[in-house]
Every structure is written in structure tokens, then in C-alpha cells.
Design a protein around this ligand. Structure first.
Ligand code: FAD
Length: 489
């Protein structure tokens, strides 16, 4: 536990080392940073640092390390698992001003970017050279590369191209002790431990990324996009399995169910097939001849799975029109429900029809609606659990259903998160997926980077709630646990 005196000492030190404009202490301005995209957890940080350079980040972390003050990195704050939730007695280090694309080297298929660079900006800068950055979260117009690295973010096109971890060559990291290190290499292989792999997806618990070298992908010669309407999610799921089973690897296969379509129509009039119980968006890219051949096969497989309508985008505008409904779906749900939880879990693709059916049953039991919009090709589900906070008890029921959906994913051999991270939100679910020894081993890595436990504490791991305890090697049952007085989860 830190005291306010420690934060005051950090502030005093930073006042000498950083420009005054980089320090936010006014309570009203601090509230701007009290949450990320997961709105129901809110904590006002003690101090916000708007880093203007990598050196500002290092100076801030070094001051925190000396005073034992927790710090949390924040990119654009679009995370959906409370990963960038501030610490009340800590410093929030905001990287959104670090937006320089420092190097574009098409011949080496790489770019070097600041952590606050917006995901889409990397592709915009590299497309004229014939390359782009493949991971494309639906939030790509606003989320940062630092946040993508920390969350190992995915997106519609990760089915073929892989997640962020497949597209990062090296990261400059300020460790929780305030050292600057480079992890990874531009060479094809790096000897020793894969520390870069450890840091990608570590949700800001191992330090703050200050520079990222990303891999670029060659823009494809040809892209074809299909929108297919089905009467049910069962049929759309069958088409997904048939396409993947045929050996074709589409760039994307995305599914939306009737409720998600209704929301998207209300928000952006996307004009999806009338009366559809589900739609699939299937995109193929690559060499023109190959795409043409495989596209005909995809159309055939959709028809065989009872698609009652399909539309092929004739040009980029029509392609954008097809994607508009899908890309706006999360936000669009606000049109049909005052409140909603965006859940994120992953299952083996073949279990899709069964899991969707079971999810509907669980939702009906509780009288709660669930809209589904997800990366069907990856089996990565995003059920949107709709509720109305003003109806007594409905928020709790939605939370309960949300947890039951994760249990369902685990029961089918899946995971409690596909791409949005564990953050503050899902730490309590980790023991359902990992044994105590599994979690202890992960904690050993964390403790090696961050022995004082100051880098984004309270995230990912189900830390003991008992005063004075630190996450670390499992020490057996606490006496208060044994007495049934307190619980560790
Ligand atoms: C509408 C919408 C759609 C979305 N769609 C997708 C999707 O399709 N796929 C997907 O994967 N996600 C999606 N997300 C989730 C979110 O956009 C991603 O997780 C994104 O990577 C977060 O980036 P950010 O810059 O906003 O990070 P933040 O929310 O600011 O932070 C996220 C985590 O990263 C850490 N962090 C941030 N910067 C750094 C840094 N420089 N060094 C170390 N740690 C850092 C934070 O501490 C925190 O733990 C969506 C979110 C929204 C709101």
C-alpha cells in the first residue's frame, strides 16, 4: 500500500524533470482518465503524466520505483477489460502524445513507431509503399500500438494473418525498475529466452513500451468480399466450418446474429439481407487467380449451407458498405439497449452452433437479451449482454450471465478471453482456467520483471485480497482462509 506522501514526492521530483504541462493534478482533469472502455470500473488516479517522450516515461517510472508508487500505462483507453484502470494511489502514464512513425522500411517489411501511434495510421503511412499493418481491431481508428502490444490485440483479419504477437519484431521497454531495454531483434531469430513473446500480451504488468518495431504485410493483389444471409446461426456456423474444412483460409469470416443486425441497421442503415437470422462476411485476399478460384468455392459452400442471399462487393465502396455494419456493431448496440457488457471468449470453431444455442438458453432463463457479433473463423465470440441498469437487479443478472458464458467457453475447451485481455475484469476467472501452480509460474515471471509489484498491479492475476500480501510464489493456505474468514480468488 502506498501513502499519499509517496505520490507527493514523485510529483515533487517530476516537477523538476518534466514540463509542467505534462503533469495533471487537477481533480476534474484527472477524472478524464478514471476508466477505459469498460465503464463500470472507475478509479481516479493520484497523478497523470502526459509523456512527451520515451525519456519522460523512463523518468516517471524511475521516480515511481524509488518511491514504491504504482504506475499504469495508458494508450487510447479503448481496452474492454479494465487493463488501463488507474491506481488510486498511483501514477497513470499516458502515451497518446507519442505519435511519431519514426521509420518506414518497405524493403525490410518493417516500421518503427511510437507507442501512442494509432493502429490505422501505420497502414495509412505504409500503404503507398505497398504494405500495411495486418492486426485490425474494430477500434483501429483510435486504439494505440502500445495498447495493441500490451493486449496482443486481434481483429477481423487475424484469422489468416495472426494476432499482434505475429507482427512485432522488437519493443523498447522501460522496466518497472526504470531501465530502458530492447527486447526482440530485427534479425530472423534471437538467441535466449523469448522475452518479447512474454511482453506481448502482458497487459502493462512488465513495463511500459516506448517504441515498437512492427512487421509489415504486402498489400494483396486482389480482395473479394461476400455478404451472405442465413436463416439461423446454425446454418452460418455450418458454412464457417465448411469453408475452413475445405482448406481455404479466408482473410476474415465474421458473423452477426439477428439482434446485432437489428442494432447495426438502427445505427448505420447497413441494409443487410432482410429477415436474416445471421449474416456472414467472408473476405478472401491474395493472388487474383487464387482468390477468384477460392471465392467461387466459398459461394458454393455458403449456398450448400442454405444461404438465402449473397452479395459480392464490386468495388472498394461496396466492400466498405458491407463492413460498415460489422465495424459499427459494438457501438450500435447502444441504440437498442441502455446498457450492455461486451464479453470476449474463445471456443473451438466446431463448437460454435452448440455454444450459441446454449448461450441463448442461458439468456432466456434469465430474461436477458444477447446480441452476437464475432470473429467466427477464429471461434472468437463477442456476446453483447444487454441490460437496463435502472431495472433493479438486471445489472447483476447480466454480470451473472456474462460469467456463465465464460464457463460455457471453458466447458468447450476454450478460453476466458480471445483478444480483449484479462485486465481487472476477468482476474477472478483465471483460476477456472489455470491451476495454482500454473498461476504461480506466471507470477514468477512477473516478479522477475517487477519484484516490487508496482507495474499495473491488480490486473490479470487473482491477487490475494488480504492486507500486506504480495502476489508471488504460492505459500499454501492463509490462516484466515483456513478459518473461513477470508477468501483468495
Ligand atoms: C469499439 C471497440 C472495438 C474493439 N475491437 C477490438 C477488436 O476487434 N480486437 C481487439 O483485440 N480488441 C478490440 N477492442 C479492445 C481495444 O481496442 C484493444 O484492446 C486495444 O489494443 C487497446 O488499445 P489502447 O491504446 O486503447 O489501450 P488502453 O486501453 O489504453 O490500454 C490497454 C492495456 O494496455 C496497456 N498499455 C497501453 N499502452 C501501453 C504501453 N505503451 N506499454 C505497456 N502497456 C501499455 C494498459 O496498461 C492496459 O493494460 C475494441 C474496443 C472497442 C472500444
Amino acid at each position: 500500500m502506498t501513502d499519499t506522501g509517496s505520490v507527493a514526492r514523485v510529483l515533487e521530483r517530476l516537477r523538476v524533470q518534466l514540463p509542467e504541462a505534462a503533469l495533471v493534478t487537477d481533480r476534474t482533469r484527472l477524472r478524464t482518465y478514471e476508466c477505459d472502455g469498460l465503464l463500470h470500473y472507475r478509479v481516479i488516479p493520484a497523478l497523470v503524466v502526459l509523456a512527451g517522450s520515451a525519456e519522460h516515461v523512463r523518468t516517471t517510472v524511475a521516480a515511481c520505483a524509488d518511491e514504491g508508487v504504482p504506475f499504469v500505462a495508458r494508450g487510447s483507453g479503448t481496452g474492454l477489460s479494465g487493463g488501463a484502470l488507474p491506481h488510486a494511489d498511483g501514477v497513470l502514464i499516458v502515451t497518446s502524445q507519442l505519435r511519431d512513425i519514426r521509420e518506414v522500411a518497405p524493403q525490410d517489411q518493417r516500421a518503427v513507431v511510437d507507442p501512442g501511434v494509432i493502429n490505422l495510421a501505420v497502414s495509412q503511412a505504409t500503404r503507398p509503399h505497398g504494405y500495411y499493418f495486418a492486426p485490425d481491431p474494430s477500434s483501429q481508428q483510435i486504439c494505440s500500438i502500445g495498447g495493441n502490444v500490451a493486449e496482443n490485440s486481434g481483429g477481423a483479419h487475424c484469422l489468416k494473418y495472426g494476432f499482434t504477437s505475429n507482427h512485432v519484431l522488437s519493443v523498447d521497454l522501460v522496466t518497472p525498475q526504470g531501465d530502458s531495454v530492447t527486447l526482440g531483434t530485427r534479425a530472423p531469430d534471437a538467441p535466449g529466452y523469448d522475452l518479447l513473446g512474454t511482453v506481448v500480451g502482458s497487459e502493462g504488468t512488465l513495463g511500459v513500451a516506448t517504441s515498437v518495431t512492427v512487421r509489415l504485410v504486402r498489400s494483396p493483389e486482389s480482395v473479394q468480399t461476400l455478404l451472405a444471409g442465413f436463416h439461423s446461426t446454425d446454418d452460418a456456423g455450418a458454412a464457417t466450418s465448411a469453408i475452413i474444412g475445405s482448406g481455404i483460409v479466408p482473410a476474415a469470416i465474421e458473423m452477426m446474429d439477428a439482434l446485432a443486425i437489428e442494432a447495426a441497421e438502427a445505427a448505420v442503415s447497413c441494409n443487410y439481407p432482410d429477415g436474416a437470422g445471421a449474416v456472414l462476411i467472408v473476405e478472401l485476399d491474395g493472388a487474383a487467380e487464387e482468390v477468384e478460384h477460392e471465392f467461387a468455392e466459398v459461394e458454393r459452400l455458403c449456398r450448400e449451407s442454405h444461404a438465402f442471399e449473397h452479395r459480392v462487393a464490386a468495388d472498394d465502396d461496396e466492400r466498405a458498405a458491407i463492413w460498415r455494419g460489422r465495424k459499427s456493431a459494438f457501438a450500435a448496440v447502444g441504440r437498442i439497449s441502455p446498457d450492455y457488457i461486451v464479453q470476449d471468449g474463445v471456443i473451438p470453431r466446431t463448437a460454435l452452433p452448440e455454444v450459441l444455442r446454449e448461450m441463448t438458453r442461458l439468456a432466456d432463463e434469465r430474461g436477458i437479451r444477447v446480441a452476437n457479433v464475432f470473429h467466427a473463423g477464429d471461434g472468437n465470440l463477442h456476446p453483447l449482454v444487454l441490460f437496463d441498469e435502472s431495472v433493479p437487479g438486471q445489472g447483476d443478472q447480466a454480470e451473472d450471465l456474462s460469467g456463465a458464458i465464460l464457463d460455457l467457453c471453458l466447458a468447450h475447451g476454450g478460453s476466458i478471453t480471445g483478444e480483449h485481455g484479462v485486465g481487472s475484469d476477468k482476474a477472478k476467472h483465471m483460476p477456472k482456467m489455470f491451476t495454482a501452480a500454473d498461476l504461480d509460474t506466471m507470477q514468477l515471471v512477473r516478479c522477475a520483471f517487477d519484484p516490487a509489484g508496482i507495474s499495473n498491479p491488480g490486473k490479470i492475476y487473482p491477487t490475494p485480497r488480504l492486507c500486506g500480501e504480495r502476489p508471488g510464489k504460492h505459500q499454501g493456505e492463509h490462516p484466515l482462509q483456513a478459518a473461513g474468514v477470508a477468501e483468495v480468488f
